[in-house]
Ligand binder design. Sequence first.
Ligand SMILES: [Zn+2]
Length: 257
Amino acid sequence: MTGRGGVSHCLPPVLRAFWSNRRMDMEKVPSIIYIKSIFAPLFDFLFPSRCPVCSAYVKNRGDWCAACLAAALRVRRLPLDAGHRRVFSEAWSFGAYHGALRDLLLPLKFRSRRDGLPALRSFLAAVGERLPRADWMPGVAVPVPLFAEKEKERGGNQTELIFREWLESQGWEWRRAIVRTRATAPQFGLDREQRAENVKNAFALSDEMDKNELAGKNILLVDDIFTTGATLAECAKSLKKAGVNDITVWTLASDRQ
Ligand SMILES: [Zn+2]
């Protein structure tokens, strides 16, 4: 853990380039955080926070202006087909998968660029204010996993980077309960049947989980995008095999209505 991503995303581009070329070790991290805390007001003055969509001035880094946030937010329950209903009871998505959200998510997902993370996390905080909270007592949240090699290559699982901090702050227990047992081709560009075939039996309970640990529990399954739901359905099947009682799905964005 070098802490590089966590520090550098707060910096303007010129300083970020300098920063990312520095070798950082754990002994240096506290002093860097201290220095940053001293200079933060100066940075804020020189580089004020702007909306990630229209560049209007906003109060905090990562904040959206009210108009762009309202345009991107679409907190809704997605319609499920019979195949989905066999494995999860509800699937929710929080935004439309085009425009601002897509532009923020794609660089994180495919180019390991974390610049958009503060805006995505800020988006989720706004979602939290719109969810009917009484329906969801915090429990166990499980992310859709990447194949281990791919996660290493990307420097993290984008779903974890987006959701974990927010869910844990709301009292959820974040568990990497399932693993992807083989490399799968990207779902992008595949039709519905090909997507289902591509991820079939590609998930299993993690070796690090006690076999009966999830038995009888209600689980929140989390992913970045809901397209056909093929990946989520396969993940849900592996959770059901572990005896999970009920599965609700939350996704950041979807192109479904
Ligand atoms: Zn805006």
